[in-house]
Design a protein around this ligand. Structure first.
Ligand code: MN
Length: 259
């Protein structure tokens, strides 16, 4: 099995090393990650400046770009083989509910999925690297058992996995979840810089709005690992019928009047 590893916290992040440690004995692994912290860069690609690939002392490669850039470069020319799996993380903090839209961790995995390769995004719920060793063991356990059950290397999938920061023995089973929801983000933070100009800092993610039974928020709060299969199709399938009627009324209204 060949695994491409990336992340969004940057090539020096402890979570990336944890992912490497989790998988290096399970598969042939290659690490290509952003040079800087690229959290919340989603699927962004760098189109207007050149990208460079560097080699760190520990063998990891890093790129002056986004998580999606790293995976894109790897799969479209840098690697001379096709990985069986793309794995991203382990992120410093939860990627649950609406976080998945903004997440660079999910973005890196999604780039693999868009290239037709199975992909998994891993995150730790709390942002302090506590119990990273147990997250590492959980990752190895999950990927090994997926490999044994021959889930890897066939049809592409995109999984989002959030692991609670707990001692290994206290982490519950892996629960299949849907995404929860957050309220809109907190207010932007305004400050004055030393030159008297106003600076704006994007506020924190909003508080949880839907953490009902069955959501990722609920599962991780109970100490379980939350596993959510994601899709890329943003079409509002539930409302296609409503929009069919509305759009036909719109087109009728736009018809030029018959003379
Ligand atoms: Mn991050």
């Amino acid at each position: 099995m060949k695994i491409l590893i990336s992340n969004d916290d940057g090539y020096q992040a402890p979570g990336l090393m944890a992912l490497y440690e989790a998988l290096k004995d399970v598969a042939d692994v290659e690490v290509i990650a952003p040079e800087q912290n690229n959290s919340a860069k989603s699927n962004a690609l760098t189109l207007h400046s050149p990208l460079y690939v560097y080699r760190a002392n520990n063998g990891f490669r890093y790129v002056n770009g986004t998580p999606a850039d790293c995976v894109h470069i790897a799969l479209s020319g840098l690697l001379d083989y096709r990985p069986d799996l793309v794995v991203s993380g382990i992120n410093n903090g939860a990627n649950m509910g609406d976080d998945t839209i903004y997440s660079g961790t999910v973005g890196a995995a999604m780039e693999g999925y868009l290239f037709g390769i199975p992909a998994i995004a891993f995150s730790q719920v709390e942002r302090d690297w506590h119990h990273l060793d147990s997250a590492t063991r959980k990752v190895r356990e999950l990927v090994e058992s997926m490999h044994q059950q021959q889930l890897i290397g066939h049809a592409p999938f995109l999984l989002n996995v959030n692991i609670p920061n707990l001692p290994f023995e206290q982490i519950g089973s892996t629960k299949l979840c849907r995404l929860g929801r957050r309220h809109a983000a907190e207010k932007v933070i305004q400050q004055i810089n030393p030159r008297g100009e106003t600076m704006y800092w994007i506020g924190a993610a909003g508080p949880v709005k839907d953490d009902a039974d069955g959501t990722d928020f609920h599962a991780t709060a109970q100490g379980h690992v939350a596993l959510t299969p994601l899709k890329v199709d943003l079409t509002d399938h539930d409302n296609l019928r409503y929009w069919a009627q509305s759009v036909s009324r719109l087109s009728a209204a736009q018809q030029p009047a018959t003379p």
